[in-house]
Design a protein around this ligand. Structure first.
Ligand SMILES: [Zn+2]
Length: 188
């Protein structure tokens, strides 16, 4: 079991450093996708063990994985992500920056989107992405101030943010930052 555990948690693959459930945590635990209490026969089946972060696993996932016949979480080995955008960000700037993330329902992918919607909800991803986005903007604050001071231009800020967005790959772990920058650079 410990060899299987090591193999799943520390695979020799690149780009496998983020939790596949949230895209932001470090995968340090193995989630039993089908809970071991209910399915002891699958408790050491590698395809039932998903390397995820402790926050997803301990704080949010729990033992309830299905409701009214509908799965509540994506199985990251089996569920195929569609090519379409599945998340959007909205940003409101008053005396502070308020950001919210929500899921997009892709009409052509109702089965996937239903599960993704539950997954997003159950793992409290809006709250967690908001926190991540706030930390990101705080980290960039100095650079933003410097860019603004050059010409006192909001356009310069927009361009700076657009460049930040363009610099991020579109993959699950970077998409949050990308959405955030795209939305922020369009916000007046
Ligand atoms: Zn996670």
């Amino acid at each position: 079991m410990s060899a299987l555990r090591d193999e799943l948690l520390y695979p020799e693959l690149e780009d496998f450093d983020e939790c596949p459930y949230c895209g932001i945590g470090e995968p340090t635990t193995l989630d039993h996708y089908l809970p071991k209490e209910e399915f002891p026969e699958f408790s050491v089946l590698s395809t039932n063990l998903i390397p995820v972060c402790g926050v997803c696993n301990s704080n949010y996932k729990g033992r309830i994985w299905i409701k009214n016949g509908n799965r509540l979480f994506l199985h990251t080995y089996y569920d195929q992500f569609p090519d379409e955008y599945l998340l959007e960000a909205s940003v409101t700037v008053t005396n502070k920056v308020v950001i919210n993330f929500s899921t997009i329902f892709v009409a052509a992918e109702p089965y996937f989107c239903n599960i993704f919607n539950h997954h997003f909800d159950k793992l409290c991803l809006n709250k967690r992405y908001k926190r991540k986005a706030s930390a990101e903007i705080i980290r960039k604050r100095r650079s933003l101030e410097r860019v603004y001071r050059r010409n006192n231009s909001a356009n310069d800020i927009s361009n700076f943010l657009r460049e930040e967005a363009n610099g991020l790959e579109i993959d699950y772990s970077k998409i949050i930052g990308k959405l955030f920058y795209i939305e922020l650079c369009q916000t007046q």
